[in-house]
Design a protein around this ligand. Structure first.
Ligand SMILES: [Zn+2]
Ligand SMILES: [Zn+2]
Length: 269
């Protein structure tokens, strides 16, 4: 058997598993959130960020391109798996790391990904790159959870790039990778929910304020500028790219029901 045959055999065994994991985490995360939002649509109506609704054509495009992204992610994921097998990249298997080590690996890759995302995202807003890489994602002016991976193929390659980039720099257990990609899709579908899911006091707690809310990313889709961050708000704060009305919009949205109740009480005889 040639080394190419051996490689093909590894591909035929490992890639379908990686594809199944990537596909199911997209379908489950987006599907579960879309289901919850549909079931509670009346209860959550006051938290809808934009008056416009995503159309059926929007949803079809978001799902089609997200599935294409899943395919690209699985191929890059296989590349990371093979690269680690041949000792070029550093994803290791076997005994589980200690909880402390696992936490360190996960937090390092999350912080690294946040910086990687901010800078590649800002670069893709450059006029020349925008048309080729990022325009498709912004066709979702009113995003839905299905838009989480709605990227043009070139952008999907950039987004997938974090994994080989991180695996080149840091040793990571397979479990770290699995938790990282799960966290990634969960935060992504929440960011594209179109309905603010965070409690009204979120931005008043210094530590929590550093985590992006749905309004944060929704304002990016609605205006095409500001709020380039993914998991944390700090890059936008440091670089002065936070939407000037972010906090105001968040507070107004999350307090609507309280205000309505208060007004109701005031007008009651
Ligand atoms: Zn953008
Ligand atoms: Zn988005």
């Amino acid at each position: 058997m040639t080394s190419f045959d051996a490689f093909l055999q590894v591909f035929a065994t490992a890639w379908p598993v990686i594809l199944a994991i990537d596909l199911s985490r997209y379908l489950v995360a987006a599907g579960v959130l879309a289901f919850i939002l549909a079931v509670f649509q009346r209860t959550l109506a006051h938290r809808r960020i934009q008056p416009r609704r995503a159309t059926a054509a929007d949803l079809r495009r978001e799902i089609t391109f997200s599935l294409l992204t899943v395919l690209i992610f699985s191929l890059v994921g296989f590349g990371v798996f093979a690269g680690s097998r041949y000792g070029i990249l550093h994803v290791y298997r076997g005994d589980l790391p200690t909880p402390g080590r696992l936490l360190l690996e996960i937090s390092t890759i999350v912080v690294l990904h946040d910086a990687y995302f901010y800078w590649t995202h800002r670069a893709m807003h450059h006029r020349w790159l925008f048309r080729r890489f990022h325009r498709l994602h912004h066709l979702s002016r009113t995003p839905s959870p299905w838009a989480a991976y709605a990227f043009a193929p070139l952008e999907a390659i950039v987004e997938a790039g974090i994994l080989p980039f991180a695996a080149l720099l840091l040793p990571m257990h397979e479990l770290t990778v699995l938790i990282f990609v799960t966290h990634m899709i969960v935060r992504n579908v929440i960011g594209h929910a179109g309905i603010e899911l965070f409690p009204h006091w979120w931005l008043r707690v210094p530590l929590l304020r550093a985590l992006t809310t749905t309004t944060h990313h929704d304002l990016h889709h609605a205006h095409g500028r500001y709020n380039y961050g993914l998991y944390f708000t700090w890059w936008d704060r440091w670089l002065g790219t936070t939407h000037p009305q972010y906090q105001q919009r968040f507070e107004a949205l999350t307090q609507r029901r309280t205000i309505a109740r208060f007004q109701e009480g005031q007008t009651k005889p």
